[in-house]
Design a protein around this ligand. Structure first.
Ligand SMILES: C[S@@+](CC[C@H](N)C(=O)[O-])C[C@H]1O[C@@H](n2cnc3c(N)ncnc32)[C@H](O)[C@@H]1O
Length: 342
């Protein structure tokens, strides 16, 4: 009971380190909100007083705020001047192809499942929003940026290595969201025509990406419910990426309709996270990543990879590639299956 004998130094350093992660997240979120990196990119380098005045930062905080960004290796300080670090120039400039700011901010946004993790953990069922309630434009932008961290490049590279790719003329991306998979494949095939299928309110977001990349002539969009609406027939390629978690109980019905969506000799491309056999947790240290994956996949990645593989066979497809893909939250599994002729 003697307070003078209490020793917490080692323990509190550990807790402080955890708290500094939260503080660093907020510092970068504020810097993105204040457009520090965009502003400095256009200026090259600026004196701290000029930054403070131009961005409207209270002078009482400006030095420590800017120094925090230096400590986080996002700014470089030379004398009294600051400039963007190579990391900031590469992924934090909103006009650049590699921009990751929306993906970063999304985790802390009020609608993120991380923002009230207690509520997320206590919910008896993962909250699946009404058909028209989500996803928001910001979420689609976040997913688009997430896919560009390497997953999209790996998945589209595998599709391009399929022997039928150069002869393919049509592609559907079911639950395509931003449409970047279709855009990337049309960029590497001069005549391929793409269709991005998603919820009606998401189609406008996809159209903005398609227009941005100048591919409106070759990529169209269609709004609907992938589970109940007609997806069309006779495509050479059907892509389904990170869509099926919500449909885990309806997979046989969903796969049945895919049979007519793809023409004989064409392929289905599925890219999803799967849990380990028996849903056992893997190595220590992967807890946060696995929690993120659970949150991003409506509570749980897909289970029973073998049963999933069997669905292709039962519906007239033969798997030609089963590959591990790098994703922002660990490995996802790519299945590419070709539709049999009979
Ligand atoms: C997690 S995002 C994946 C986007 C993209 N395929 C990717 O991997 O980056 C899931 C997408 O599926 C769409 N989606 C969800 N339910 C759908 C449904 N019933 N019909 C059509 N699209 C749906 C969402 O609107 C969202 O764009």
């Amino acid at each position: 009971m003697n307070i003078t004998k209490l020793k917490v130094s080692a323990e509190i350093e550990h807790i402080k380190a955890i708290m500094s992660g939260y503080q660093a997240y907020q510092i970068l979120t504020a810097a993105l909100g204040l457009k520090v990196f965009d502003w400095l990119e256009s200026r090259g380098s600026a004196h701290h007083e000029e930054i403070t005045a131009s961005l409207g930062i209270n002078g009482m905080f400006s030095r420590s705020f800017l120094q925090s960004l230096v400590d986080m290796k996002l700014l470089v300080k030379t004398g009294e001047n600051y400039s963007n670090s190579p990391i900031a120039s590469s992924v934090l400039i909103s006009s650049s192809l590699g921009y990751q700011g929306d993906w970063f901010k999304n985790t802390g946004s009020p609608t993120s499942k991380w923002s009230d993790l207690t509520e997320t953990l206590l919910a008896k069922e993962p909250s699946i929003s009404e058909f028209n309630a989500g996803p928001s434009k910001k979420f689609i932008q976040a997913i688009a940026q997430r896919s560009l961290q390497g997953e999209l490049q790996a998945v589209t590279s595998a599709i391009r290595s399929w022997e039928g790719f150069s002869q393919a003329s049509s592609l559907i991306d079911i639950g395509g969201g931003h449409g970047l998979y279709t855009i990337a494949l049309c960029q590497s095939h001069p005549t391929l025509q793409g269709l991005v299928f998603d919820k009606p309110h998401v189609i406008g977001f996809a159209n903005e990406f398609i227009e941005h990349y100048g591919l409106s002539e070759r990529i169209s969009t269609q709004g609907g419910d992938a589970l109940s609406d007609n997806l069309g027939t006779g495509f050479d390629i059907a892509i389904i990426a990170h869509l099926l978690y919500k449909f885990r109980k309806q997979l046989p019905e969903f796969f049945r309709q895919l049979n007519s969506t793809v023409k004989p000799g064409g392929i289905i491309v599925s890219n999803h996270w799967f849990c380990n056999p028996g849903c056992v947790m893997e190595e220590d240290g992967a807890g946060v990543q696995n929690l993120e994956r659970a949150i991003q996949s409506s509570g749980h990645p897909l289970c029973h990879s073998e049963e999933f593989s069997a669905l292709f066979k039962q519906n007239g497809f033969s798997i030609i590639y089963k590959l591990d893909m790098p994703s922002a939250y660990g490995t996802s599994q790519l299945h590419i299956a070709v539709k049999n002729d009979h």
